[in-house]
Design a binder for this molecule. Sequence first.
Ligand code: HPA
Length: 276
Amino acid sequence: MISEKEYNSKLAEARSYLIERVPSLPELGIILGSGLGAFADLVKDKVTISYKDIPHFPVSTVEGHAGKLVFGKVEDRSVVVMQGRFHYYEGYTMQEVTFPIRVMQVLGVTGLVVTNAAGGINPEFRPGDLILIKDHLNMMGENPLRGSNLSNLGPRFPDLSEGYNSEWRKKALAIVQEHEIHPHEGVYAAMSGPSYETPAEIRHLRVIGADMVGMSTVPEVIVANHGGMKVLGISCVTNMAAGILPQKLSHTEVMETAERVEKKFVNFVQGLMRVL
Ligand code: HPA
């Protein structure tokens, strides 16, 4: 685990690199989940920077993740879009997984829209549904804030009783109808992966209150909250979780559903840029 001083100096280097290259500082951050990358095409006056060029940024390896930051405007809002994220299961530390959120924070981002692909646990959900995350269960066995507190960035014991901002959820719910989205909300359980869950694990998650399950999001959301950001989370249900239906899970199904829903999803996030 790296020291507070070392972490802050890495952050400062990444910040200076980006500040020299972007036309305006972003107010909103957006993380695009698996196969949902087309949102980046909407960004106007964009400046695209590969993760590999940003000092101290980890590099993304997973199929379907492009690995770049896209700065620019959507609906006249200054945004930074993460096209491709870092997953804990890839072997990154929690500090690496959440480094981009810290970079956003030191660039002045005050709100974050996080998206992901998830397995549906709630039997009312269907593959292709977009669900607003109302809360989460951290089942990853780790917390990105463990270690000495980055006291310049946030408090030692941050409150997570509104990890997903309720005003923002209301605003999102107010526009779901025009996007033909059923107004579902759910609790997202994060597992470390990369194996999909067993049917027994899914039964366990259901009993403890999960509506969907995935392998991302929670580390980023914890760090965003620590940094004082408002967060909105959206899951795209790409498959029903293990044991919910009598069929096997596959990454191909996950990618195919994400692709099928991409347009609807992109329009929804664009709509959010007008109301958040
Ligand atoms: N489990 C975990 N992560 C996922 C799933 C799932 O069923 N679908 C998409 N990401």
